[in-house]
Design a protein around this ligand. Structure first.
Ligand code: GLA
Length: 394
């Protein structure tokens, strides 16, 4: 669906559920892909994500009475969730997907940003849920910027990203880092964000892909971070850090270079935790080198580091699985592929590849054929575009 079709569908549903759509506003927040720097953001390392042009739309109208009404075109369609702002306390299974929106309100209230005005909303997302392209961070950020406007709250996009992470950590129960929300809240067309998650210092890096496409390969294997081993990986890294801190004055794993890590890694007692920490440290270093390579215009060096990143996520971090490995390994064999790796948390979800324009057709066919044969169902393969952050669009 293009923008106009989305607007029409949202207006129809708005009219059906809440009466006329007069005075309703259209808002959008993107999804994201991470180019490199995976599972480094809760280890004080660097990440290099970008916002993409698919994301989450909301047609919303402010209410004066502190009531929230939500419905979605793609999650429990036809069902309207209602909640009073004053009744929001904690994650509630019956609230379904609206827990993300309620959680964002709670996060704002907890952190000194009072929310009094509610809204009627119809939501539509064109990021497949559970695909690792951050549909949940997109929804969180979208609600954040809408609440800011409706309640006249003085809060920056960086802080909204932080509030999104706070929601994930404290309301949803996923110990995620800040990458997804930051990439979405701070997204900029044709740029990736080089973010140091230890300090939240960041720079924009122009991504000039003329002659190439950034391809997304979706395993179509669904997973939520709740039911994945995500929190287990966070805990393994924390344990590794604690072991190191017994002897060293160290704030995060991201503070170590690979050479320093190799000298002290014997301090980490559990060999599994040692492998996890090795990934975090080496991936952080790879991310720094990848951005340097890109700044020098060396796209092939960038692609080689993407491939190394996937191998480390497969062997040391163990978050890839047969589906993502099949996608990456198939991509590596296609002529014209500069680099390919899983993106996001892993355990299913999506992989990405940088592919020469003239190889895109061949690449797509090879991926679809091989994956379908090996896994038993088809992947989705399409080109991504790097887009802007959230805002009102109509
Ligand atoms: C998920 C989390 C992020 C990050 C990635 C892995 O997307 O939400 O914070 O940890 O996984 O890099």
């Amino acid at each position: 669906m293009d923008h106009q079709e989305i607007m029409t569908r949202l207006q129809e549903e708005f009219g059906r559920q809440y009466g006329s759509a007069d005075g309703a506003e259209l808002w959008f927040a993107p999804g994201r892909v991470n180019l490199i720097g995976e599972h480094t953001d809760y280890n004080g390392g660097h990440v290099f994500p970008c916002a993409i042009t698919i994301g989450t739309y909301a047609l919303v109208r402010k209410r004066e009475d502190g009531l929230l009404r939500y419905t979605s075109l793609n999650q429990d369609p036809g069902r309207v969730y209602e909640k009073k702002i004053s009744d929001i306390e904690a994650y509630t299974p019956e609230d379904g997907w609206t827990n993300y929106a309620n959680g964002m309100i709670k996060a704002m209230q907890d952190n000194g940003y009072p929310v009094t005005f509610g809204f009627d909303a119809v939501i539509y997302g064109n990021i497949p849920v559970g695909s690792g392209l951050s549909s949940s961070a997109s929804l969180l950020t979208l609600i954040g910027v809408i609440l800011r406007a409706f309640n006249g709250i003085d809060v920056t996009n960086e802080k909204i990203a932080w509030l999104g992470q706070y929601t994930e950590n404290h309301y949803i129960g996923v110990q995620s880092g800040i990458m997804d929300e930051f990439a979405i809240a701070m997204g900029k067309k044709d740029h990736a964000i080089y973010l140091d998650t230890a300090t939240l210092n960041f720079t924009y890096a122009p991504i000039d892909l003329s002659g190439y496409k950034l391809m997304i390969m979706n395993t179509n294997k669904k997973r939520g971070l709740h039911d994945s081993k995500y929190n287990e990986r966070v805990a393994e890294c924390t344990r590794a850090l604690h072991d190191l801190q017994k002897e060293l004055n160290l704030a995060t794993l991201g503070a170590l270079s690979p050479e320093e890590f190799d000298q002290v890694s014997y301090l980490i007692e559990d060999p599994v935790c040692r492998k996890r920490a090795r990934h975090a440290v080496y991936e952080n270093d790879r991310t720094k080198r990848a951005v340097e390579a890109l700044n020098k215009g060396d796209l092939q060096a960038f692609g080689d580091l993407m491939n190394e990143s996937h191998l480390s996520l497969r062997d040391d971090y163990e978050v890839t699985g047969i589906e993502l490995d099949t996608l990456a390994q198939t991509a590596w064999m296609v002529d014209g592929v500069i680099g390919a790796r899983m993106t996001g948390a892993g355990f299913g979800g999506c992989a990405i590849a940088i592919v020469k324009d003239e190889a895109v057709e061949r690449f797509t066919k090879k991926i679809v054929d091989t994956y379908t044969k090996e896994i038993g169902y088809a992947p989705s393969v399409y080109a991504a575009e790097i887009g802007d952050g959230p805002g009102r669009i109509g």
